[in-house]
Design a protein around this ligand. Structure first.
Ligand code: UDH
Ligand code: MN
Length: 377
């Protein structure tokens, strides 16, 4: 064989290998390839692919988690089983039994999103709302039926005496969260009378009570009167704290000021622990969200947001509530945020649970808090 033929054969071989390589890459893409490839290749495919990361709300930190779970997540537990219990029992290989339906991880981009939404402005009973939402379990728990969710999210609603708002919110939220393929639970933390309303403290309580019940990866704190208007506003666990309600109709869909953090926000468990949660000291209206934004900055974290076309909400019109008058002390408190972080928050929570009710659409936890206990601690 002369030198020229050898070179031709070598080139042919090279072409053959390259073609096979590209065919393999193409067919093992997340949405087309076999499952095992999904697990091995999604990590590479999506790292640095910002558009999809934005769409899914998934980031490198959670992709790593997905990778770590890959041995476990050949399937998802049936609704009666818990991922945490699976993790405890199957460190080496997943046990496939009749009782456990094994499902693949959900797609990185939820496939049934609509974008802008027509929202409901009325709602019937909690039972009516449940009937509209297939798969919704008592106490407001949901897991996708056909895949293992990539995010386990506790939705915490600080609440008192706003039942009409709550029903409207739940009627809008449940179908959206199901389309977003999240493993979520809704916790309504209902502050008993008497006493001034304390939104931030209710959110600390909601976080604490949620984490006792399930291995949630993050919490979303949600005002009862903010109705999301776009389902690409994904309620996933964020890499950095995420302010979700950036564009509200009441403020002409603009940020009233740059550092605003009120309304709806998401934060992962590690970061919430790092900043010691919210302050418990804000009784009455105002300031608690600005205190939180300072805590986040103080610990070197960043507040992130989705684009304004996506992060849209309408606020149900309401007047001021009694028991939640503007707090005149808020400006003085905001001067001492950095001194209070380590001692005022999750580690200084004092409350009593008066009642826990698993309603068809949410878990209602009635709590009693006492301003004097907080000031003392
Ligand atoms: N909340 C209740 N019950 C109350 C008070 C507050 O459930 O009695 C909860 C509820 O989730 C609500 C959230 O706390 O969405 C925030 O309270 P808000 O809706 O009163 O706060 P908002 O920022 O203030 O909407 C509305 C008054 C507008 C005054 C603007 C002055 N700058
Ligand atoms: Mn409001």
């Amino acid at each position: 064989m002369d030198k020229c033929t050898k070179i031709k054969i070598f080139n042919c071989l090279l072409l053959f290998c390259a073609t096979n390589f590209f065919l393999y890459r193409y067919f093992s893409r997340p949405d087309t390839g076999p499952l095992i490839s999904v697990r091995n290749t999604t990590i590479k495919y999506f790292k640095g692919f910002n558009f999809s990361q934005y769409l899914t709300g998934i980031d490198s930190r959670h992709l790593t988690q997905v990778k770590n779970y890959s041995n476990l997540e050949i399937g998802t537990p049936s609704p009666s089983t818990d991922i945490a219990s699976l993790q405890n029992t199957s460190k080496t290989a997943p046990v496939i039994s009749n009782a456990t339906v094994m499902l693949p991880p959900c797609p990185l981009v939820p496939p049934r999103l609509n974008g802008p939404l027509a929202t409901y402005s009325q709602a019937g009973t909690y039972e009516d709302i449940r009937a509209e939402n297939e798969g919704l379990m008592p106490g407001g728990r949901y897991k996708p039926p056909d895949c293992t969710a990539r995010h386990r999210v506790a939705i915490v609603i600080p609440y008192r005496n706003r039942e009409e708002h709550l029903k409207i919110l739940l009627r809008n939220l449940h179908p959206m969260l199901a389309r977003q393929q999240l493993d979520y639970g809704i916790f309504v933390i209902d502050q008993a009378l008497p006493g001034k309303f304390n939104r931030a403290m209710l959110m600390n309580i909601g976080y604490t009570e949620a984490m006792k019940r399930y291995d949630y990866q993050c919490a979303i704190f949600h005002d009862v009167d903010l109705i999301p208007e776009n389902d690409r506003n994904i309620y996933s666990c964020p890499e950095m704290p995420r302010h979700l309600s950036a564009a509200i109709d009441k403020f002409n869909y603009r940020l009233p000021y740059d550092g605003i953090y009120g309304g709806v926000s998401a934060i992962n468990k590690e970061h919430f622990q790092l900043i010691n949660g919210f302050s418990n000291m804000f009784f009455g209206w105002g300031g608690e969200d600005d205190d939180m934004a300072s805590r986040i900055r103080h610990k070197g974290l960043k507040i992130t947001r989705y684009p304004m076309e996506i992060a849209r909400y309408r606020m149900i019109k309401h007047s001021k509530d009694s028991g939640n008058e503007q707090n005149p002390q808020r400006f003085a408190l905001l001067k001492t945020t950095s001194q209070r972080i380590e001692t005022d928050g999750l580690n200084s929570l004092v409350y009593s649970v008066e009642k826990v009710e698993a309603l068809p659409t949410h878990l209602r936890i009635v709590v009693l808090i006492n301003e004097k206990d907080i000031i003392k601690s």
